[in-house]
Design a protein around this ligand. Structure first.
Ligand code: TXA
Ligand code: MG
Length: 324
């Protein structure tokens, strides 16, 4: 596997250079119908050729997904995306504002879309994203077609935000793995459907307010569990139970603090300066780290709900098993 250098997953992050040979080998693996672990700026993905149903089936198997959820097709840029789906003005505006970056658009498929049925779970729509991470970009350029990539965790577990966690989760199923350092954003992309009224299907790094500034109000997400079938209530979960909005943890609990804290002991601080970006980037890795201490529960400090806080709360509620 690629990227097994001693400095993997630390320090240089996205600036880490990848040899052309490593990228070419990963692209060849995709062409052969094999799976590839790839870094993105949000979380690590487990990638396959979106046009190859056998390769896509391998993803569901590797993740142990209980049923077939539609997957995001990753492309290098807007031009590549327009070969897969029908873009309207709103979609073009959002792509211009946020691509490459952590925004996924759900759009009607083109009649000649190469994205296979299984990748779309049979829907007449497709989810598209152009990731910003330079290693993901290099792979997409070298491969030349759409790459489906769900988060590289096994089903129901927290998304991996480091190379080591990704390899730990699904490396056994991958023919190649690319190390892009720790993920800068740390939460999955924002998912917006542009089918009738624009709808927020999954809050993420691009905030509701940022999207509304470009295309106007987003409709309320009512029956979005159906529209975005991947959104199970219990998701992103560590082994230990998760308790939210805790100021004073119980003995035996691990504590995820936010901002200055007087709590001592088994404590990890998501952001000592109370910066939501830093907390988002640390969230999944710290849930995993806290879990490894085998606590009676993981208690999480109160975190503001506005801006990026909406996405952080969404993931925390799912980790805690609340219906969301
Ligand atoms: O940041 C991300 O988006 C990461 C990285 C690897 O790009 N990927 C990711 O993929 O989070 P995944 O499979 O874990 O989540 C995809 C989400 C699911 O909630 C799925 O239901 C939704 O997108 N989705 C995909 N296609 C859809 C469609 N056609 N209609 C509605 N929702 C769709
Ligand atoms: Mg996922």
């Amino acid at each position: 596997m690629a990227g097994d250098r001693s400095d993997s997953g630390r320090g240089e992050g996205e600036r880490e250079a990848h040899g052309d040979a490593e990228i070419a080998a990963a692209a060849a693996a995709l062409r052969a119908g094999d799976l590839v672990i790839l870094p993105t700026e949000t979380v690590y993905g487990l990638g396959a050729d979106a046009a190859n149903p056998v390769a896509v089936a391998r993803i569901y198997e590797a993740k142990g997904r209980p049923r077939f959820n539609p997957l995001i097709s990753h492309v290098a840029d807007l031009a590549a995306a327009e070969r897969l789906a029908v873009f309207d003005d709103r979609a073009r505006k959002l792509a211009a504002a946020f691509w490459p970056g952590p925004l996924t658009l759900v759009l009607p498929i083109r009649a000649d879309t190469p994205v296979c049925d299984l990748a779309r779970a049979g829907l007449e729509t497709v989810a598209l994203r152009a990731p910003a991470h330079p290693v993901a970009q290099a792979l997409l350029q070298a491969f030349g077609g759409p790459v489906v990539a769900p988060s590289a965790n096994r089903s129901g577990r927290p998304s991996p935000t480091t190379y080591a966690d990704a390899v730990d989760e699904t490396g056994v199923s991958a023919a190649a793995a690319l190390d892009g350092g720790p993920c800068r954003v740390g939460l999955e992309s924002t998912v917006v459907a542009l089918l009738d009224q624009p709808r927020l299907l999954r809050p993420g790094a691009v905030t509701r307010a940022q999207i509304e500034a470009v295309i106007g109000p987003l409709a309320e997400a009512q029956d979005d569990a159906k529209r975005s079938p991947g959104r199970l209530a219990r998701h992103y979960s560590p082994e230990a139970p998760v308790r939210l909005d805790v100021r004073t943890p119980e003995p035996g609990e691990a504590y995820l603090a936010f901002g200055p804290t007087a709590v001592t002991g088994n404590v990890l601080n998501l952001s000592p300066t109370a910066d939501p970006r830093e907390a988002a980037a640390n969230l999944f890795a710290y849930l995993r780290a806290a879990d490894r201490t085998r606590p009676t529960a993981i208690a999480v400090a109160p975190i503001p709900q506005d801006g990026l806080g909406e996405a952080i709360h969404d993931r925390l509620k799912r980790a805690a098993g609340y219906v969301g």
